[in-house]
Write a protein that binds this ligand. Sequence first.
Ligand code: UDP
Ligand code: MG
Length: 317
Amino acid sequence: MSASGQRKRISIIAPMYNEGEAVDYFYAELCEIFSRASELDFEVICIDDGSCDNTLIKLISIAEKDSRFQVIELSRNFGKEAALTAGFDAATGDAVIPIDADLQDPPGLILEMIKEWHKGAEVVLARRVDRSSDSFLKRKAAEIFYKFHNALSTIKIPENVGDFRLMDRVAVDALKQLPEHHRFMKGLFAWVGFKTVTLDYVRNPRVAGASKFSGWKLWNFALEGVTSFSAAPLKFWSYIGGLGAIATLSYAIFIISRTLMHGVDIPGYASLLVAVLFIGSLQLISVGMLGEYIGRIYMETKCRPLYLIRRHYGTRQ
Ligand code: UDP
Ligand code: MG
């Protein structure tokens, strides 16, 4: 019960893409958690992100029997970031907790998060202390990504912290003010700031089904993260160009002096070719880098909605 005597409401938002096998476990686990916090009201907003299995049917039957559960059906698969945004837009709670449907984020932590929130935290992060449930390659790639991102960007994203967290209404309203279409949630969460507390947890293996993030998807996700929060890759090429110009100038001075002293020297074809190819490839990389940013500017200028809702099931609180 809050100071004003009103019951506090917690919104849980769960993006789901082909999680038919996990839905029942997810529902059972949440119900158990809710029964341990009877002083709070809960609403669970499940976003069906264009699943092609029985996720939606299962979610609808849950929403029909349990008024705490609502379902937002998106018109197609928009990706986790868009699905999360749909959840944040629909959530009405005093605090909002995004959580994965596969129970890799242990729902048991929700109550601990709420405790910290009651103590005054506006954001409660959940940090994975043990990622042994992820593959070695994924862990290493994540580690490199965090290092690289944080070295380039002024907004540091905390290492090993995913989307699973509690956010107070003030932080959620701040997040909703960020209008960008390319939504790298981890970065946006870090950008809004607020009084933050971190809890540690051990990441469980998936309860059922398979991960939706392939290596290629993760690579693009990492690219999104870096380009959304740093212009350093763009500026980098000016420095490379500057260094190249200095090196070229020194080499030119050397050749001119040598020609003046020893006459014309015909050999040098190989070094010429190497230099031309090297500079050429540098130029292609830098043009590609420009393309990454221009592509994003292009997509932003279209101002398309982030997601489209086909239907909403369950009672809005
Ligand atoms: N997800 C989604 N849309 C997508 C991909 C994933 O809503 O296009 C959801 C998925 O159903 C799960 C969460 O995002 O609830 C995390 O996905 P996953 O477990 O596959 O990622 P991982 O834990 O392997 O990083
Ligand atoms: Mg998962």
